[in-house]
Design a protein around this ligand. Structure first.
Ligand code: TYC
Length: 119
């Protein structure tokens, strides 16, 4: 039977560093190290075949917009070729893209949806 060699625990991540003169703790560095997550915008792309009504419903359902806003976004896509429907963390943005593409596929529409990092 193989004997397990105990490993040294990994260094703490984002832990406040302790000074070596007692129990005092430096909290300053902890706040400096925390960065906001990179955000991703999710866009719908125009095409000549997907019905406007389908796009409006998709924007309402997957991007939580009211009908008025969804209609304005759909018209912007129709006129400009694309528009941002929402901004999310990387994972949520990828899920939105998957959900929209799956709904379009199920309905037989060629609607395209992409995500891209902000900045
Ligand atoms: N251009 C489409 C039409 O005229 C409507 C449309 C709008 C399609 C937005 C896709 O993302 C889109 N039926």
């Amino acid at each position: 039977m193989a004997t397990k060699i105990p490993k040294k625990p990994p260094p703490p991540v984002n832990q406040p560093s302790k000074s070596d003169d007692g129990d005092s703790v430096v909290l300053e560095r902890l706040t400096e190290k925390i960065k906001p997550p990179h955000m991703y915008q999710v866009l719908l792309l125009n095409d000549d075949y997907t019905p406007m009504e389908f796009v409006v419903v998709v924007i309402q359902e997957f991007f939580n917009k009211d009908r008025e806003t969804a209609t304005q976004i759909m018209l912007k896509i129709h006129l400009d070729g694309k528009a941002v429907c929402g901004v999310y963390s990387k994972d949520v943005a990828a899920t939105k893209v998957d959900q929209v593409l799956e709904a379009a596929k199920q309905s037989g529409h060629p609607l395209q949806c992409v995500s891209e990092p902000l900045e």
